[in-house]
Design a protein around this ligand. Sequence first.
Ligand SMILES: [Zn+2]
Length: 318
Amino acid sequence: MKAIVIEKFGIENIEVKDINDKSDGIPVKITMAGLNPVDYSVINGNIMYGVNPMPHIPGSEAIGIAMADGDYIKRGDRVIIYNRIFDGTCEECITGNEHLCVNGGILGVISNGVYRETMNVPERNLFKIPDSIKDELAASMGVGALTAYRALKTMNVEPGKSILVYGAGNTGIFTVQLARMLGLEVYAVSRKNDLQRYGINVFNNVPDDFKADYIVNPLGGSIFEDSLKHIKRNGKIVTFGILTGREAKIDIGNIYANEIKIYGSTGGTRKDLFELIRIASMNDLYFPFENAFSLWDLKDAITEFKNRNTGRILLKVS
Ligand SMILES: [Zn+2]
């Protein structure tokens, strides 16, 4: 079976190799994979957590077709791969937070990933895709849409309130739409004005006097101070990325005097993914699909990923 393998970090070290998979699980024929910041970081070796094993098969987001029956999954089902490795026995797992498993981590980071032709996957990591969800959207749900959905749940958002979302890229594009579906008044900081036709108010720069009940900051450090300027009293801020840096200056007095809440969120649980699939099957999620590459042209896909302005990159496996 063919797979993308890196023996050393660096895009120039990407190779296509024949490998054997001896792991347990239901064999899944991978049909489409996503290219996300996490994969880029793994390939370049600048990931917060250690990459294991080396040589390594990267890739954290994919869909495929089950090639054998399980208890719930049947041969021929289209499936999303839930991308967290978890033991099911630690305190986090048994309280429903398997994405925080103390012995776990992200598939494709702490284990070999999805950039290959076939992969054995534990049935508990497989979710059936309803017919109404197209492959391109399904392939974006395991990371992009799931992260967005959980971030909103983490803040326990209430309908009728306002939310400001920084960026409308990989996760932001789903955050704004899901927030709209949940009944919020949505503002996005983005250069993409076409979001207006989805009922989303777009700012190029946030007006000085604008304040929102909730703020989603997937971009990290440099935006954090700005977030604090635009949050209402008793408002909530959620963060889940560090693209613009890991550090920020915070006025603690402002936090307590105005009872501002700051939350962290990462990926999502299987329950979150289950709910998200239900929501996506009943609503029209707009999906900024940019370009599909063959998985075997991963180097070209990464070049496009670095240069792109909008949309996202998908990898077809054939
Ligand atoms: Zn666990």
